[in-house]
Design a binder for this molecule. Structure first.
Ligand SMILES: [Zn+2]
Length: 255
């Protein structure tokens, strides 16, 4: 099992200036038979970061997109092309929140109608829905984000990996992430700072206390937590929860 961070940045300024990358999270994991290769939230820079880090996007078997904000979905269409074109017939699995797939008055779908026709499986994910990438089961989790159809994911294969996606903590959130080997938390803000629909470190502590993963990784950092120092926030979380917590860095790999 391998996780690689093609980006650990978030928010307008950090994304536009690419102070931290926004290319998503690459996961390689055995299902019960096959080695699946999955990108979660391919934001701006996905293709370039993949090339830089020696990753071949044409090996993708799954594209997971939590919501339609640009830092999560800007390179959704090229990720799908990487996965699907080049195979004879439809190939791969696209699992995504509603607004990623369907436009409305408030949101423009991130995945074009053309690209929705390329994967073998396209599944719209809502909280508690289940799908799979090969033999890896994927569960969608509820979020409290201002993109109302945003979902998080739990990938259950060789290991159980949770990904909160964006959003604030809510009571009971941890129940979605029970028994995770690794929980990846989009920890946008440091301790003491609040912004509606976003996770700060105080909230991450509450989530960890409920979910009790074996290991946690904080990522998706906005300007304020980068200034506070993600390592300091991770050390705080580790101290008060007793759980091993790492602050992700671009290109970081977890085996
Ligand atoms: Zn968002």
């Amino acid at each position: 099992m391998k996780i690689r961070f093609l980006g650990t940045g978030s928010g307008w300024g950090v994304m536009i200036r690419q102070e931290r990358g926004t290319g998503g999270i690459w996961i390689e994991m055995k299902g019960r038979n096959d080695n699946e290769k999955i990108i979660i939230d391919p934001g701006p820079g996905f293709l370039l970061r993949a090339k830089e880090y020696g990753i071949d996007p044409s090996e993708l078997t799954g594209v997971l997109i939590s919501h339609t904000h640009t830092d999560h979905s800007e390179e959704a269409n090229v990720a799908i092309e990487a996965m699907s074109l080049g195979h004879n017939g439809k190939f791969g699995s696209l699992l995504a929140g509603h607004n990623v797939l369907v436009s409305s008055d408030s949101f423009t779908q991130a995945v074009s109608e053309f690209h929705k026709n390329l994967p073998e499986h396209v599944v719209e994910m809502a909280p508690s829905s289940k799908a799979s990438v090969g033999k890896i089961e994927v569960f969608a989790t509820k979020t409290a984000h201002y993109e109302p159809k945003c979902v998080g994911f739990v990938l259950d294969g060789e290991k159980r990996i949770g990904y909160t996606a964006d959003g604030a903590y809510y009571v009971g959130m941890g129940s979605f992430f029970e028994n995770c080997d690794i929980l990846i938390i989009n920890n946008f803000l440091p301790r003491g700072l609040m912004m509606p629909g976003h996770m700060n470190t105080d909230m991450a502590a509450m989530l960890l206390a409920e979910a009790k993963p074996k290991k946690a990784v904080i990522t998706h950092f906005g300007r304020e937590i980068l200034d506070a120092g993600p390592d300091n926030e991770a050390a705080f979380l580790q101290d008060i929860t007793g759980i091993h917590v790492i602050a992700a860095e671009d290109e970081m790999e977890i085996d």
